[in-house]
Design a protein around this ligand. Structure first.
Ligand code: ATP
Ligand code: MG
Length: 382
């Protein structure tokens, strides 16, 4: 995929502008607080219709303005799967205004029926120093990682996730209200159906992703082994793969068994909202949970490998070469790991890379691979 152009209006500190991106991509160089991450945030907003930093939409509007708007055009390159209807181009536009907190999205000029139907048009993967939280923080960060990745790459996942969350919150409300009595059971059927779908899709992705994750991790670290493991929040499932019926049966059974516990706690204690994605690093006989035992550098390598895995998922699921948005990636890595990442990017498939760096020396990729732009006080110059 290639991002051809983007037009920005009142997005954070960025000047209103239209940018035409070189085919190879670009390295955006500028000191701290000039707007580098803001630009990647604006571009990735076109992919997910929200801030990758978890910012509220209101905070994305330039101080004192009433709305922001971002528009971008992408083009399928040779080898990329085309868009619906055999089109090679796609134009995505998003606007949000303070009045009524209204968000408008259009894909090729048409508003998708639901926002969920419009996500994932770019095929972009965003690398950020904040990715470390996926490795360091609680299981909810790793679920979030899977949820976003699968929402963007599997039709139907986001829809199932939204329905599951809705049913879960209704069921939990019922449990809280009626600790003694019943009522929660009314939601069990839908909870099981949507929850089993999520569990199965996650499990299938993790199984298929393992090889790619191990390869990416080995490439970054110079050969250190790594493995992903799905620990489902439905006890008694064991390791997959399973049939959908098996998951549903196990989920129903787990709800039955935990009935007393969930009534005491007033919340649903089993289900995919309790999944863990375990990440282990080291040689097969001494593989350790990186969250508990990993060094700072080991964690960084894992975070990077997860994004490289995401890029591979875009390739295999979407049939498209992903656009890599890389926020200050080299600054976080030691010399050797930087060299290896550099080699990966140079020897890779030559997809488009939009990379930010505070100094020219942090760009690492030669200008022949990546043209340079600079940014100062929100103004980008080529
Ligand atoms: P660093 O190298 O430190 O990561 P950066 O170039 O990535 O810096 P950004 O995160 O893009 O910096 O932020 C640039 C500036 O944007 C910040 O100084 C911030 O005050 C400003 N900013 C954030 N939100 C808004 C907004 N809604 N309106 C105007 N300016 C904003
Ligand atoms: Mg930044």
């Amino acid at each position: 995929m290639r991002l051809l152009s983007a037009a920005l209006t009142s997005f954070r500190n960025l000047r209103d502008t239209r940018l035409d991106f070189p085919a190879e991509g670009v390295a955006l160089v500028g000191s701290n607080a000039q707007g580098k991450t803001n630009l990647l945030e604006a571009l990735y907003y076109l992919e997910t219709f929200r801030s990758f930093r978890g910012a509220r939409d209101a905070d994305l509007v330039r101080f004192g303005e009433a709305f922001f708007r971002v528009e971008g055009e992408v083009e399928a390159q040779q080898g990329d799967r085309e868009f619906d209807g055999g089109r090679t181009h796609c134009r995505v536009a998003v606007a949000w205004q303070r009045e009524g907190a209204e968000k408008r999205v259009s894909v090729d000029g048409v508003a998708p029926p639901r926002l969920a139907d419009g996500v994932g048009q770019l095929g972009a993967v965003l690398f950020s120093p904040a990715d470390l939280a996926i490795v360091n923080d609680g299981p909810e960060e790793r679920r979030r990682f899977m949820n976003i990745l699968l929402s963007l790459n599997h039709r139907g996942y986001l829809w199932a996730l939204q329905r599951f969350r809705q049913v879960l919150s209704q069921r939990n409300a019922a449990l809280k209200e009626a600790r003694r009595g019943s009522g929660a059971e009314a939601w069990d059927g839908m909870l099981v159906a949507e929850g089993a779908k999520l569990t199965e899709l996650r499990n299938r992705w993790i199984s298929s992703a393992e090889g790619s994750f191990a390869r990416a991790h080995a490439a970054i670290t110079g050969g250190v082994g790594a493995a992903l493991e799905h620990e489902p929040g439905i006890p008694g499932l064991g390791q997959g793969p399973w049939e959908r019926d098996d998951v549903e049966a196990a989920f129903r059974e787990a709800l039955q068994v935990s009935r007393d516990r969930e009534r005491r706690r007033g919340t649903t204690v089993v289900g995919p909202h309790r999944d863990e994605l375990r990440i282990r690093v080291g040689p097969p006989e001494r593989r350790r949970d990186v969250r508990r035992f990993g060094s700072g550098g080991e964690r960084r390598s894992v975070a990077l490998a997860l994004r490289l895995l995401e890029a591979d998922t875009v390739r295999s699921e979407k049939g498209r070469e992903p656009i890599l948005l890389m926020d200050d990636v080299f600054a976080e890595l030691d010399g050797e790991r930087s060299e290896r990442l550099l080699t990966l990017l140079m020897e890779g498939s030559g997809g488009q890379i939009l990379l930010t760096a505070p100094k020219e020396t942090d760009v690492r990729l030669p200008p022949s691979r990546l043209p340079r732009w600079s940014i100062g006080a929100g103004e980008i110059s080529s």
